[in-house]
Ligand binder design. Structure first.
Ligand code: ADP
Ligand code: MG
Length: 611
């Protein structure tokens, strides 16, 4: 008896496959622009008629194809970019499946004109519904031109499924812009129905962004630049006050390839937390460079997701470098990291219904007046508190520009006060006192400045470690004998799932049944602090509900807390002065990484009240 299974003819198989790769005109634009880039073109022209439904033409000045390749390129799985499975793990090109051209040729009328530099004449291949109609020599310049007409002419269901010209052209614009942002070093032209939409000249990244978004965007961009051994990160973020009501301007690229990533997007949002009103979106153009073998792009052809081997680490780097960049441009709130605890706000208050907070000290205080120098710190803090709650979306959610400026300016006074004091108050005593080995007292213009020495140390150690951690593994000290500690099953699980980050921090470890054996610790951790340090680390990774992206912050914070506890301050003039200097060298010196207050001033008025 004859079987009932048949092999599908090639042209039908191609049509089915085409449905996966080519969903709309924009998919053709994307695939062909990528091919042009892979062919080394530095000038790529895109001509569109009727949102691509009538014509899509892509012209490049790349290295072209031989007459044989000009025919062969339309075969399924015909690619010049990978030849063995291993190549897939080291992709330096955009294409690798050899599916795009076969797919397009199966569902459209395609004319390819191409010429290599070394060939005397060019070649023209015309193919319709996978059938070659014509192939002949042709006079043209070096490079390649693809004309794609009547897309989906033989798949009516697909053609009917296409949206209005407006919608389809917007999809084309999206793909075009993503590629144009990824390659500022190349020139691009886009015309729609003979109207020039973009004529982008090669240049630097900032220029490309401004050319696409418009001149006014130039003032909105804050640069990012961070190099670590695992990832290089460059690009721009939009200043918080220009955050958008829609997600439009959010772009991630890895090795010049656009991708979407909810997890990394969360890192960006976290970095902007408290600086932009709720329901608005920060703009970003973030370019990652990672070893191609550490990412997996081999997912669905039209999907833009990419798998990263080191995603947790990259998350931390993103978060901290954006915070640093915002800080450098003086646009970060002084209250970093954990805003709720920054205000010593009890957790139970977090879910309370919206209530406009009451200004406790000075009801006359106007947050839009810039005379805060004369206002006491207590009032300032109360105002900051109001802003934080507002930014969370309680009360009015219209955060005005002046509003958030106030939000970050508030604690800037103390450093200036001290410097100012040294300049203009001859009669002031400039020494520092250490009280009970804990509190440092020093003069400031408005009265007394009290510094919590342990929290100051926590801040200094944290900042030092975080800066190091970002660029390379933290230098570790080997222990002569391993330090051991019994762990619960969940502690073991958590430790193991963070082992890479812990190693980067300086903790080399092994397990012997349920016993954790530590072979090295970060250089800064003294022998007598190891026990405390491990307890804190394990407590923080096991029992707290922490966001997995904040893990690096939590780990470093744990080490900083444990180390600063064990480091007693000696009452030595130089040591104390050095501590104060280092503290004021930190971008954030008012709050510790745990969100506790480091500095407080006691005003002359408050002191006078005691007498
Ligand atoms: P892939 O890009 O995955 O290799 P495609 O179907 O997109 O698959 O292209 C098939 C092959 O055709 C490419 O590998 C390349 O060798 C050739 N090709 C396609 N477009 C161009 C172009 N613009 N210039 C030169 N060669 C091209
Ligand atoms: Mg391709």
């Amino acid at each position: 008896m004859n079987g009932i299974i048949k092999l599908l003819p090639d042209h039908i198989a191609n049509q089915i496959a085409a449905g996966e790769v080519i969903q709309r005109p924009a998919s053709v634009v994307k695939e062909m622009m990528e091919n042009a880039i892979d062919a080394g073109a530095d000038k790529i022209q895109v001509y569109i008629k009727d949102a691509g439904k009538t014509l899509i033409q892509i012209v490049d000045n790349g290295f072209g194809m031989t007459p044989e390749d000009a025919v062969f390129c339309f075969e399924r799985h015909a690619t010049s970019k990978v030849s063995k499975a291993d190549d897939l793990f080291d992709l330096k090109t955009k294409g690798f499946r050899g599916e795009a051209l076969a797919s397009v040729a199966a569902i459209a009328h395609v004319s390819l004109k191409t010429k290599k530099e070394s060939d005397k004449t060019g070649y023209n291949v015309v193919i319709e519904g996978s059938k070659i109609i014509r192939k002949e020599e042709f006079v043209c310049s070096v490079g390649t031109s693809f004309e794609v007409k009547n897309l989906f002419y033989n798949v009516p269901a697909r053609r009917n499924f296409l949206k209005s010209d407006n919608v389809e052209f917007n999809h084309i614009l999206d793909e075009f812009e993503r590629i144009a942002f990824a390659h500022p070093e190349l020139s691009f032209l886009l015309k729609h129905n003979d109207q020039e939409i973009y004529n982008l000249h090669a240049g630097v990244l900032r220029k490309r962004i401004v050319d696409v978004l418009g001149k006014s965007s130039n003032d909105k961009l804050v640069p990012l630049d961070e190099t670590t051994d695992i990832v290089q990160l460059i690009g721009y973020i939009g200043k918080p006050e220009f955050s958008k009501k829609t997600r439009g301007e959010q772009f991630f690229f890895v090795n010049d390839r656009f991708f979407k990533d909810a997890y990394f997007n969360n890192a960006v949002n976290k970095a902007f937390e408290g600086m932009i009103p709720s329901k608005t979106f920060p703009s970003y153009f973030i370019y990652l460079k990672v070893d191609p073998s550490k990412i997996d792009v081999n997912v669905h052809p039209t999907k833009t997701e990419i798998k990263f081997e080191e995603d947790r680490f990259i998350y931390s780097i993103l978060l901290s470098s954006i915070r640093q960049a915002l800080g450098k441009y003086n646009i970060s709130p002084t209250l970093d990291f954990d805003r709720e605890t920054s205000f010593d706000l009890p957790a139970s208050m977090k879910n309370q219904p919206a209530v406009e907070p009451v200004v406790a000290f000075n009801p006359e205080y106007n947050p839009f007046q810039t005379t805060s120098r004369t206002t006491s710190n207590a009032v300032n803090t109360s105002q900051t508190f109001t802003k934080a709650i507002r930014a969370e979306g309680f009360g009015s959610n219209e955060v005005q520009p002046e509003d958030w400026q106030q939000f970050y300016k508030i604690e800037e006074e103390t450093v200036e006060e001290i410097q100012q004091l040294e300049l203009d108050d001859e009669s002031s005593f400039k020494g520092n006192f250490l009280v009970k080995g804990k509190l440092l007292l020093t003069n400031c213009k408005s009265g007394l400045l009290v510094i919590h020495s342990e929290r100051a140390q926590e801040r200094i150690i944290y900042d030092e470690m975080m800066t190091q951690f970002i660029s390379k593994p933290i230098s570790a000290q080997k222990l002569l004998f391993p330090f051991t500690r019994d762990c619960s099953a969940s502690e073991i699980r958590e430790w193991k799932s963070n082992v890479q980050l812990l190693e980067r921090l300086g903790f080399e470890s092994t397990f012997n049944d349920n016993q954790l054996e530590i072979h090295s610790v970060p250089g800064i951790v003294q022998e007598d602090a190891i026990h405390d340090c491990l307890n804190m680390l394990l407590e923080n990774i096991s029992f707290k509900e922490i966001d997995k992206g904040e893990i690096a912050h939590e780990l470093i914070r744990s080490v900083a807390v444990a180390t600063s506890r064990s480091k007693k301050i000696v009452n030595d003039k130089l040591i104390v002065e050095n501590l104060i200097d280092q503290l004021f060298g930190c971008t954030e010196h008012t709050y510790s990484p745990s969100g506790k207050r480091i500095i407080n001033t006691i005003s002359m008025e408050e002191i006078a009240l005691k007498f």
